[in-house]
Write a protein of this length. Structure first.
Length: 113
């Protein structure tokens, strides 16, 4: 069983930055493709970014050039550096070990002046 715990969300002004972290415990973190998703009430969960075990990076079109995903296998952590934040980035952000059905509980990101 793998537990994923996200942190780093909060309130930020438009144009600001935040870094989200997701720490995994249990399992074989280095083997997983890790991903960040986000969800707004009433809408489907959207994949924001993913990083494979070989550190291949994948980004959604809405965040490309603004968000950066990275991982540190030594501390079982995946990060999402978010810059140039917009009000439409407001959502609950979740991390996931793709293909294994492991999800964190999410962290709220609110972009507002």
């Amino acid at each position: 069983q793998v537990e994923l715990v996200e942190s780093g969300g909060g309130l930020v002004q438009p144009g600001g930055s935040l870094r989200l972290s997701c720490v995994a415990s249990g399992g074989s973190f280095r083997l997983y493709t890790m991903a960040w998703y986000r969800q707004v009430p009433g809408k489907q969960r959207e994949r924001v970014a993913a990083i494979t075990s070989a550190s291949t990076l994948i980004y959604g079109s809405s965040v490309k050039g603004r968000f950066t995903i990275s991982r540190d296998n030594a501390v079982n952590t995946v990060y999402l550096q978010m810059t140039s934040l917009r009000p439409e980035d407001t959502a609950v952000y979740y991390c996931s070990a793709e293909g294994y059905g492991y999800w964190g509980r999410g962290t709220q990101v609110t972009v507002s002046s």
